[in-house]
Design a binder for this molecule. Structure first.
Ligand code: NAD
Ligand code: TYD
Length: 357
């Protein structure tokens, strides 16, 4: 079934994936409605990530509203004012390390914020079938794998960090609203994303920028933890298919089928950077610094995404080689964005919590 999609509210649209999603909707889909970007602008949100969209579509097909998803009246007002028919909920505290230093914001935004949005749409959308609440979640809710096996949509939740526990809790609430109130919802659990506009506290942009500045490249523990990497627009194309044709009440796993040990990935980044800068092959590898492990560090994530491939015809388009080339080039060319996002609150937090960044 093809849904007719009305105006879309993208919560967390000033963050990494949300901003790429909004750009994707304008550039690569036939969506003709309005996009309302609802973002609190925490340390991770940056309106400049969408300055091109603002200049081209601002006040017509694109609107920005600075608001907290925990604020019931604001959310209700926005959904009513713009006749929002689809909510895509990206808004979250998203970094595992931060959730270890201070879990409170994670509980507040990820659990209570999602609950608040669900309550708003329950009040406003009762009995309607031309609406959809899509919740963007992570494969981290499934816990940690050993050397073999994959996460399926039916895998039991087993979150281990405050971040993944908060996302797991929000996923359960979303599904509870489907079963209890018949709320039209869809849910997706995606593996690690990378690409332009990612906040530089996450592994790939951190390594790229530290190489550029010839700072240590911190690798946690023995470096053998495995993540399944997906280029951000491949996540966006999956989300677009779910909004259009996903079955309500269903969960879709999205993944790269692209597992890398952290240390091997960092080696690849070093080699690519050497090629770009004309330095000898091992030039950046000397900066690799093995550091104390993250507490409760999940060993391996790997997604089985057969369901979305079979049911919706999705597949990954961008391999790691070209995805990393695009990403490295983007960070090298966008120094102004990087400097702005790394100043202020982020700098204070890094200085407080790390000695070598
Ligand atoms: P991000 O940290 O880059 O962006 C989060 C955005 O949410 C920011 O713009 C921030 O200002 C906004 N925000 C935070 N609290 C808010 C609140 N209370 N009200 C309104 N806005 C608020 O995160 P991201 O990496 O883009 O992740 C987006 C979503 O995708 C999250 O829900 C995350 O759990 C999920 N996800 C991320 C990945 C990944 O690899 N990054 C993988 C799978 C799923
Ligand atoms: P990250 O990008 O924080 O994503 P997540 O924790 O959600 O998977 O980290 C990816 C992997 O890289 C994870 O195994 C932790 C590791 N890591 C490092 O080794 N060094 C770092 O400085 C960071 C930020 C992460």
């Amino acid at each position: 079934m093809q849904r007719k999609l009305g105006n879309i509210a993208v919560t967390g649209g000033a963050g990494f994936i949300g901003s790429n999603f909004i750009r994707y909707l304008f550039a690569q889909t036939d969506f003709t409605g309005r996009i309302i970007n609802v973002d609190k602008l925490t340390y991770a949100g940056n309106q400049e990530s969408l300055s091109d969209i603002q200049s081209k579509h601002g006040n017509d097909r694109y609107v920005f509203e600075q608001a907290d998803i925990c604020d019931y009246e604001r959310m209700k007002g926005i959904i009513q004012q713009y006749d929002v028919r689809v909510v895509v909920n990206f808004a979250a505290e998203s970094h595992v390390d931060r959730s270890i230093f201070g879990p409170k914001e994670f509980i507040q935004t990820n659990i209570l914020g999602t609950f608040n949005l669900l309550e708003v749409v329950r009040e406003l959308w009762v009995g309607r079938n031309d609406v959809l609440f899509h919740h963007v979640s992570t494969d981290e809710v499934y816990g940690s794998l050993g050397d073999t096996g994959f996460f399926h949509e039916t895998t039991s939740y087993d979150p281990r960090s405050p971040y993944s526990a908060s996302k797991a809790s929000s996923d359960h609430l979303v599904m509870a609203y489907y079963h209890t109130y018949n709320m039209p919802v869809t849910l997706s659990n995606c593996s690690n994303n990378y690409g332009p506009y990612q906040f530089p506290e996450k592994l790939i942009p951190l390594i790229i920028l530290n190489m550029k500045e010839e700072k240590p490249l911190p690798v946690y523990g023995d470096g053998k933890n495995i993540r399944d990497w997906l280029y951000v627009d491949d996540h966006n194309s999956a989300l677009w298919m779910i909004l259009n044709r996903g079955t309500t009440g269903e969960t879709y796993n999205i993944g790269g089928e692209n597992e890398w040990e952290n240390i091997r990935l960092v080696h690849v980044l070093c080699e690519k950077m050497s090629e770009k800068t004309g330095k000898p092959g091992d030039y950046y590898k000397r900066l690799i610094t093995m550091v104390k492990d993250r507490p409760g560090h999940d060993r391996r994530y790997a997604i089985n995404c057969d369901k979305i491939k079979k049911e919706l015809g999705w597949k990954q388009q961008i391999g790691l080689d070209s995805g990393l080339d695009i990403t490295i080039q983007w960070y090298l060319e966008n120094e102004e964005w990087v400097n702005r996002i790394r100043s202020g609150k982020y700098r204070e937090w890094i200085d407080k919590n790390y000695s070598n960044r």
